[in-house]
Write a protein that binds this ligand. Structure first.
Ligand SMILES: Nc1ncnc2c1ncn2[C@@H]1O[C@H](COP(=O)(O)OP(=O)(O)OP(=O)(O)O)[C@@H](O)[C@H]1O
Length: 442
C-alpha cells in the first residue's frame, strides 16, 4: 500500500515564480500577498501545502473552483513540477526522478480517474478497461483477465463486449474506475470523478467506492468541490481556499470546529446526523440500575455509531445511551437532550472521542493552523466511520448495472470529447484534462 506525502508544495504560474515563493513563504498568510502577485500577472495556484496520506486512506481535497485542487493533484502524480517543495511516494521523492523513472512510477504505481469518462468509443468496454495494462505491455490474455476482474469489481460483469455508448454515464464512469483498478496501482487519484453524474448515480458511485475500498484498501486522493461528497468519502479532508489548505481534519472536525467562517459557510447544508458519531457527542457518565427498569429497551452503541442511528436507540431508551467499545468497556453516555442539541445545531461542545485519542490522533502538518491539525483523525476512528458509511446498500446501483447489455439502448452519453482527450494521453493511465498539462509544464 502506498503512503503519499506532500511537503511544503508550491506551484506558481507566471513570472519570477521562485521570487514569488519566497514572498509567499515570508507573508502573513492572509492572502494579501497572493492578491499582490496576481495584480502583477503571477498566479500562486498552490501555497505551502503539506499533508500525509496514510496507506489505505481516502484523502479528500475540497474547495471552490480556482482554489488549486487540480494543480495540487497534478503535482502529486508528477504531471506538474512543483515550484517548491517535494512529493514523496513511499518515501521516494517524485520531484527528483528522471522523466523515464517518473513515467514508470506513473504507469505502474499511480492511476487516475477523471470527471469525464475518457473512454475510447471504438474499443469495447473490456478493451477500455485493459488500456492501462496495454500501455504497460502486459500480454493480451493477462490484461483481458485482469480487466474482466476489475469490471466485475465495479459491477460491470456481462458488459465486457459492449461499446461505451451503450452504457449510461454512471456505467461509463465505472469503466474508468475499472481501468484504474486493473493496473493494480496502489495510489488512486480521482479528480472530480463523480461530478458529471446525476445526484442519484453519484451517490451510488460514492457507496460503490467505499465498498470497493474496504476490499482493496488503496490509497486515494479524491478531489471535489462538494462538501457532502467530501464528508461521505474522506477519512481526512483538506479544505482549500485561494491556493492554501485552510483546514485539515476529519469530517467531524470540519463540521463541529470549522477553522474559520469560510469553512463554516460550507457546512450549513451538511446532514450532521450522518457525519457526527456517538464518540463525538458522548459525555462521561454512567447509568444507575434504578434508571434502567425491566423493559427499558436500551442497548449500548459503538463509538462510531452515526447520530442518525443513535437517535433511534435513544428514542427507545429511558436513560442516556451507553457508548461501549468492542470489548464492552463503557466509554461514556449520550443523553437525549444533548443529542437533540447537537442535531439542532446548538453550540454544544463536541469532541474527538476516546477512540480517536487512543489510536493516537496525529498533528503531522505543522504549517496548518493548530486548530485544524490538533484533531487530525486516528486510523481506528476513521476505519470505523468508513465502515459505517460504507454499509449503505448499493442494491439500486447493482440493479441498474446488471441489466443485460441489450437493455442499455437508453444510454446516450457521448464520449467523443472525452476520447479526444484520451487520444492525447501519453502513458495510458492519465487520460483526460491532466494529459494536456504535460506539455504546458515541460
Ligand atoms: N497552466 C496554468 N497557467 C496559469 N494559471 C493556471 C494554470 N493552471 C491553473 N492556473 C490557475 O491556478 C489557479 C488554481 O487552478 P486549479 O485548476 O488548480 O483550481 P481548481 O480548484 O482545480 O479549480 P476547478 O475546480 O475549477 O478545476 C486558478 O487561478 C487557475 O487559473
Amino acid at each position: 500500500m502506498s503512503r503519499l506525502q506532500a511537503d511544503h508544495l508550491y506551484k506558481v504560474f507566471g513570472r519570477r515564480p521562485d521570487e514569488a515563493v519566497r514572498e509567499l513563504a515570508a507573508g502573513d498568510g492572509t492572502g494579501a500577498d497572493r492578491d499582490a502577485l496576481r495584480a502583477d500577472g503571477t498566479t500562486a495556484a498552490v501555497i505551502d501545502a503539506s499533508f500525509v496520506v496514510e496507506p489505505g486512506q481516502i484523502f479528500v481535497v475540497m474547495g471552490l473552483s480556482g482554489s488549486g485542487k487540480s494543480t495540487l493533484l497534478r503535482m502529486l502524480n508528477g504531471l506538474l513540477t512543483p515550484t517548491a517543495g517535494r512529493v514523496l511516494h513511499d518515501g521516494r521523492d517524485l520531484t527528483a526522478l528522471s522523466p523515464r523513472e517518473l513515467r514508470e512510477v506513473r504507469s505502474r504505481k499511480i492511476s487516475m480517474v477523471f470527471q469525464h469518462f475518457a473512454l475510447f468509443p471504438h474499443r469495447s468496454v473490456l478493451e477500455n478497461a485493459a488500456y492501462g495494462l496495454e500501455v504497460q505491455g502486459v500480454p493480451r490474455a493477462e490484461r483481458r483477465r485482469r480487466a474482466a476482474e476489475a469490471l466485475e469489481l465495479c459491477g460491470l460483469a456481462g458488459w465486457e463486449e459492449s461499446w461505451p455508448d451503450e452504457l449510461s454515464g454512471g456505467m461509463q464512469q465505472r469503466v474508468g474506475l475499472a481501468r484504474a483498478l486493473a493496473t493494480d496501482a496502489d495510489l488512486l487519484l480521482m479528480d472530480e470523478s463523480f461530478s458529471a453524474l446525476d445526484p442519484l448515480i453519484r451517490r451510488d458511485m460514492q457507496d460503490q467506492l467505499l465498498v470497493l475500498q474496504r476490499k482493496l484498501k488503496k490509497t486515494i486522493v479524491f478531489i471535489t468541490h462538494d462538501l457532502n461528497e467530501a464528508m461521505r468519502l474522506g477519512d481526512r479532508i483538506a479544505v482549500m481556499r485561494d491556493g492554501r489548505i485552510v483546514q485539515l481534519g476529519t469530517a467531524e472536525d470540519i463540521l463541529v470546529r470549522p477553522a474559520d467562517d469560510y469553512v463554516a459557510s460550507f457546512t450549513q447544508d451538511v446532514d450532521r446526523t450522518r457525519v457526527l458519531t456517538a464518540a463525538a457527542v458522548m459525555t462521561d457518565g454512567s447509568v444507575a440500575p434504578e434508571d434502567c427498569p425491566p423493559g427499558c429497551g436500551c442497548r449500548p452503541v459503538a463509538p462510531e455509531t452515526p447520530l442518525a442511528e443513535l437517535c433511534t436507540v435513544s428514542a427507545r431508551s429511558l436513560h442516556p445511551v451507553p457508548v461501549e467499545n468492542a470489548d464492552g468497556e463503557r466509554l461514556g453516555v449520550v443523553a437525549q437532550d444533548r443529542l437533540l442539541g447537537v442535531m439542532g445545531g446548538l453550540d454544544v461542545d463536541v469532541r474527538p472521542g476516546p477512540v480517536a485519542e487512543a489510536a493516537g490522533g496525529r498533528a503531522d502538518d505543522p504549517h496548518i493552523p493548530a486548530q485544524a491539525t490538533a484533531r487530525a483523525a486516528a486510523p481506528t476512528a476513521q476505519a470505523g466511520r468508513a465502515t459505517a458509511r460504507a454499509t449503505a446498500p448499493t442494491a439500486q446501483a447493482t440493479a441498474r448495472v446488471t441489466a443485460p447489455p441489450a437493455q442499455a439502448a437508453r444510454a446516450t452519453a457521448p464520449t467523443a470529447n472525452a476520447t479526444a482527450r484520451a487520444e492525447g494521453d501519453t502513458d495510458g493511465t492519465h487520460t483526460g484534462p491532466g494529459a494536456k498539462e504535460v506539455t504546458t509544464d515541460a
